[in-house]
Write a protein that binds this ligand. Structure first.
Ligand SMILES: C[S@@+](CC[C@H](N)C(=O)[O-])C[C@H]1O[C@@H](n2cnc3c(N)ncnc32)[C@H](O)[C@@H]1O
Length: 206
């Protein structure tokens, strides 16, 4: 891992992902988690304060980046819920089949290199009645914005740890065997549509 990825990127991601608008969106999704929770790509642990600690038993925090796990330590100290780290990528979730009640996926599907394998893993570890809760940014439905997203994507990915601007969030979730229960899509910022087409919602195993 480069100096930039380990020491600088975690701070940039933490700032970019904790704006008031983004925290407001997270707050529509994260409190719905219950039981044994798997958070995929926990990053700097910005969701911890949003969990309903009366509903959550524990949170498995899966995060492959050492730099992000270090950046998260401050938030972990004041966490209202018990967290256990899993230092592996989403493509290799080290949990038993049907072992978690909820999966929380916030601003991570954009970054996982092999999202299909990671989604298969999420499907595998989620209990039959469990919920996948998501809050992600992705491909715009407007062709002019899509074109810009496709153009910027290679540079964007290099700057922001492999993040993709142009993944089809809801379609990718559905293609992985999940059924959407509810979903809202919106631009969060009309001046930066290419980076702020947000999809929030919840899905169950189809
Ligand atoms: C934009 S950050 C979002 C972090 C956090 N989920 C949040 O909501 O603030 C993307 C995160 O995905 C992590 N990541 C990268 N590759 C991954 C993989 N293969 N599996 C799981 N997480 C990954 C990164 O280390 C980073 O912490």
């Amino acid at each position: 891992m480069s100096f930039y990825e380990e020491k600088i990127l975690p701070h940039i991601i933490n700032c970019g992902c904790s704006t008031p608008d983004i925290m407001e969106l997270r707050a529509k999704v994260v409190p719905l988690a219950y039981g044994d929770v798997l958070e995929v790509g926990m990053g700097s642990a910005l969701n911890l304060d949003l969990y309903d600690s009366t509903q959550v038993n524990k949170v498995w925090g899966l995060e492959p980046s050492v730099g992000m796990r270090k950046r998260a330590s401050k938030n972990l100290k004041k966490s209202p819920v018990h967290v256990e780290w899993l230092g592996l990528p989403g493509e290799k979730i080290p949990l038993e089949d049907s072992s978690v009640d909820s999966i929380v996926l916030t601003y991570t599907l954009c970054t996982i290199p092999d999202w299909r394998v990671a989604m298969e893993q999420m499907y595998r570890v989620l209990k039959p009645q469990g919920k996948l809760l998501f809050c992600e940014h992705g491909r715009s439905p407007d062709s002019s914005v899509e074109r810009l997203q496709d153009k910027l994507n290679p540079v964007w990915g290099k700057l922001f740890g492999g993040c993709n601007l142009n993944r089809t969030v809801v379609k990718n979730i559905e293609e992985s065997g999940f059924k959407i229960e509810w979903n809202d899509n919106m631009y969060m910022n009309k001046f930066a549509k290419f980076a702020t087409y947000m999809s929030i919602g919840s899905a169950i195993k189809a």
